[in-house]
Ligand binder design. Structure first.
Ligand code: THU
Length: 137
C-alpha cells in the first residue's frame, strides 16, 4: 500500500536543507527533500564550485546521498529555492536533475514545488515527458 505523503512537511524539510546551500558564486540557495519508499528522507543542497561546471544541484545531492545509502525507490521530492535570504515562489529542477531523477523515479511520483506555505504538486512525468531511460538500451 502506498504511504500518504505529507507534502507540507517535505517542503519544510527542503527549506531547512536549503539553509546549508554552499553558493558563494550565484547567491542562489536550493534545498531538496527526497522521500524514500522505506520512509527515510534524504536532503540535499546545492554545492557550488569555483570551476562552475563542477557545481552540484540540491536535487542531485539528495539523490546521490540516497542511492549511496542503499535507497533507490522514491515516493516524492520537494524543492525550495531562492536568492540568499529570500524564498522564491517557484524553483523548478534543472534539466540535468530531471534526467538523474528519471533514472529512479516513477512518472507518477509527486514533485512538490513552491514554498512551504504555498506549493503545488506535479507528477514527475509532467516535468520530464518522453524521458530517455535505461529501458531504451
Ligand atoms: N540549482 C539547484 O540546486 N537546483 C536546480 O534545479 C536549479 C539550480 C542551483 C545550482 C546553482 O548552484 C544555483 O542553483 C544557480 O543556478
Amino acid at each position: 500500500m502506498k504511504q500518504a505523503v505529507d507534502h507540507k512537511a517535505l517542503m519544510e524539510t527542503a527549506a531547512r536543507a536549503r539553509e546549508l546551500a554552499y553558493s558563494p558564486y550565484s547567491g542562489y540557495c536550493v534545498g531538496a527533500a527526497l522521500l524514500c519508499e522505506d520512509g527515510r528522507v534524504f536532503t540535499g543542497c546545492n554545492i557550488e564550485n569555483a570551476s562552475f561546471s563542477a557545481t552540484n544541484c540540491a536535487e542531485r545531492t539528495a539523490v546521490f546521498k540516497a542511492v549511496s545509502e542503499g535507497a533507490r525507490r522514491f515516493t516524492a521530492i520537494a524543492v525550495v529555492g531562492g536568492r540568499r535570504g529570500e524564498v522564491s515562489p517557484f524553483c523548478a529542477p534543472c534539466g540535468v536533475c530531471r534526467q538523474v531523477l528519471a533514472e529512479f523515479c516513477p512518472l507518477d511520483m509527486p514533485v512538490v514545488l513552491g514554498t512551504p506555505e504555498n506549493f503545488k504538486v506535479y507528477t514527475f512525468g509532467e516535468l520530464l515527458p518522453f524521458s530517455f531511460t535505461g529501458s531504451e538500451l
